[in-house]
Ligand binder design. Sequence first.
Ligand code: ADP
Ligand code: NA
Length: 324
Amino acid sequence: MKRVLSGIQPSGQLTIGNYIGALRNFVKLQHSHSCYFMIVDLHAITVPQEPAALKEQTESVAALYLAAGIDPAKASIFLQSQVSAHAELGWLLTTLTYMGELERMTQFKDKSSGKESVGAGLFTYPSLMAADILLYKADLIPVGDDQKQHLELTRDLAVRFNNRFGELFAMPEPYMPEIAGRVMSLDDASKKMSKSNPNAASFIAILDEPDVIRKKLSRAVTDSGREVKYDPQNKPEVSNLIGIYSHFAELSVAEIEAKYEGQGYGPFKKELAEHIVSVLEPIQQRYKEIRSSGAVHDVLKKGAEEAAIVANETLREVKKLMGF
Ligand code: ADP
Ligand code: NA
């Protein structure tokens, strides 16, 4: 069976961007692949996190994995920090990474721009992400489009390692949604929808109450026209909403355009809200049950044990090849 690895940072409320780019595909792939799904707490601390909030958000993401339908009997769910091989291979790969490669990363440029000082971890983060993937010799990486550049670096590091020390790593391939691979903010279609955006109106959280979802969508920015047409160049806001619609209603762009022909944005936005609510409400219901059951702890313990078996074996091979 081909191997899948991915993760989400416990750095805030998961959004429908995380759902479309990552979580939804995690659930799909578990049936056909050997899957490892992390909560990447070591990545989250590349920007300051309050310890209590980090703990809460970590449990929340784990519960959302389960609520969204990841089955711990099929996929290993674990915390990155509980498998110490991640930090160790992360360091080894940092020594193989060029400064210039990290300097070119657009995520680093975005996250550091305008800041007086940023942690070194924010800069070296892509080397740790490469370690996450290569430890499992993963074949397929379900991620949003924003991770494409990091994944390319992972492939470059895999080739570099193989050439220098001996053939060890498989080449990981991205697995991305065909449409809306990068869900944009509701208030600004030039910015990625992100859980770390302090403006909650810019995103829909998976755990947002139905009325909050309706309100956020009714206020979502659109152009001054009235045609529901997919045209990212000229109609970025509406195109973003069509992309979201397509995932939540399981309809093609053409079907959505046809459905709203001549109707303006009102009914389109209203019905989009209802499609999102109908997908998220059952997840929210299960989330509450899972949080109150305390089941997360055992799932994470078992997941970390399963992950460590694979990760420690790869780390052992790496160290041997490198001369340790
Ligand atoms: P965030 O940027 O919201 O903090 P993470 O960095 O934790 O999210 O990313 C977790 C996963 O969700 C990654 O696979 C990432 O590509 C995906 N993702 C994040 N934001 C979006 C988005 N707006 N559209 C599509 N996928 C996204
Ligand atoms: Na990200």
